[in-house]
Design a protein. Structure first.
Ligand code: ATP
Length: 338
């Protein structure tokens, strides 16, 4: 099966072609980078409006050019169109959905509405070959732990306020550093030393607002910015690692998979890998192109959903800006029930 995936929940206007037989995924992305401040929903939507048609056309050209020789010549270049239906910024999602509906109707192939957070999870699970991992989604707008049970991914724990990437980006905006802030904090942390900052974990819940205010204050008080960046990473990633370990312990799982753009951070991956090593669990983080927002993960999960018959009629395909991953009936895991 060949599937066109389209992603556009916030900053990445992205289209991809996934070929299940070849096990190959080709991703095309045009990123929105705000000139100042963080992501502005209106500017992001304007970027999507211009960039999505181009990325989709490029991906479809690629699908045509790489059509396998044994594929009947009158078949469409892809067998289904998958799109990120939510969660995300409403104006961006609507542009993506309109593009997906148009292509699906023109090619007369099924439409698949994919939950963006489950795509972040499933791309790691698929590449690791894990059965039933705990998943830590550490992305811009989210920070949560998911585990599969009885036909759904259950929310095991989550941030009580902002997503982890957004929290870091708010701190770097205070420093007038350009978006995205995460890679800049990672670079600055290399030369830093430890200072105390608030650490807030309550059972399976955690919070970033206190630490971000304290980090801004520390910089204003003259603490070297490298020390604040180093300590921010140690505290924030320590919180995520503690809760991930508790999730492994409570579920009895011995597999942890990482998803989301903050997962590109080497220190976070190092902490999680070390924790898993100490308790005899396996850890997997997909390659960076699949961690940050990308249409490849939408195409990969879309292919599994399409194979399970989990498609959506155009007239029922309204976007879901607040779609929580634990509200999605999991149709694609039949036969591997845990
Ligand atoms: P979501 O997937 O929840 O909708 P999102 O759309 O913001 O989130 P992602 O691509 O998953 O997108 O993550 C982007 C975030 O990742 C940004 O906040 C960015 O600062 C952060 N990030 C990127 N690289 C790094 C890094 N090396 N270290 C820490 N954070 C990083």
């Amino acid at each position: 099966m060949r599937v066109l995936g389209i992603e556009g929940t916030a900053w990445a206007a992205s289209a991809a072609v996934h070929d299940t037989e070849a096990g190959d995924t080709r991703i095309f992305t045009d990123a929105y980078l705000p000139e100042s401040g963080g992501i502005h929903p209106r500017e992001a939507a304007e970027h999507m409006r211009g960039a999505i048609p181009t990325q989709v056309a490029t991906a479809l050209d690629y699908a045509r050019e790489t059509t396998p020789e044994n594929r009947p010549s009158d078949d469409p270049p892809v067998d289904a169109v998958a799109f990120s239906r939510g969660p995300g910024l409403g104006p961006c999602l609507r542009i993506v959905a309109t593009a997906a509906r148009t292509v699906a109707q023109r090619l007369d192939v099924p439409l698949v509405g994919v939950n963006h957070m489950l795509a972040h999870l499933e791309i790691g699970r698929a590449s690791a070959g894990f059965d039933s991992p705990v998943c830590l989604n550490a992305s811009g707008a989210n920070a949560h732990l998911l585990g599969y049970h009885g036909g759904r991914y259950r929310m095991l724990g989550e941030t009580m306020d902002t997503g982890v990437g957004n929290a870091i980006d708010k701190f770097t905006r205070h420093l007038d550093w350009s978006h995205p802030g995460g890679p800049k904090v990672e670079a600055a942390a290399e030369d830093g030393a430890y200072v105390d900052l608030p650490y807030v974990v309550t059972g399976m819940e955690f919070s970033f607002s206190g630490i971000m205010s304290a980090a801004k204050q520390a910089v204003d008080d003259g603490v070297p910015v490298e020390d604040v960046c180093f300590s921010l990473q140690e505290h924030v990633f320590g919180m995520l690692t503690e809760v991930a370990e508790r999730a492994l312990s409570l579920t009895g799982s011995d597999e942890l998979v990482l998803g989301g753009g903050v997962g590109q951070n080497a220190r976070l991956r190092e902490m999680l890998a070390e924790m898993c090593d100490q308790r005899g669990a396996s850890f997997h983080a997909p390659e960076p192109r699949f961690l940050r927002d990308n249409a490849g993960m939408i195409a990969v999960l879309g292919a599994r959903m399409a194979a399970a018959g989990d498609t959506v009629a155009v007239e029922e395909s309204a976007v879901r800006p607040n779609w929580r991953p634990n509200d999605v009936p999991v149709t694609w895991r039949d036969g591997e029930d845990v």
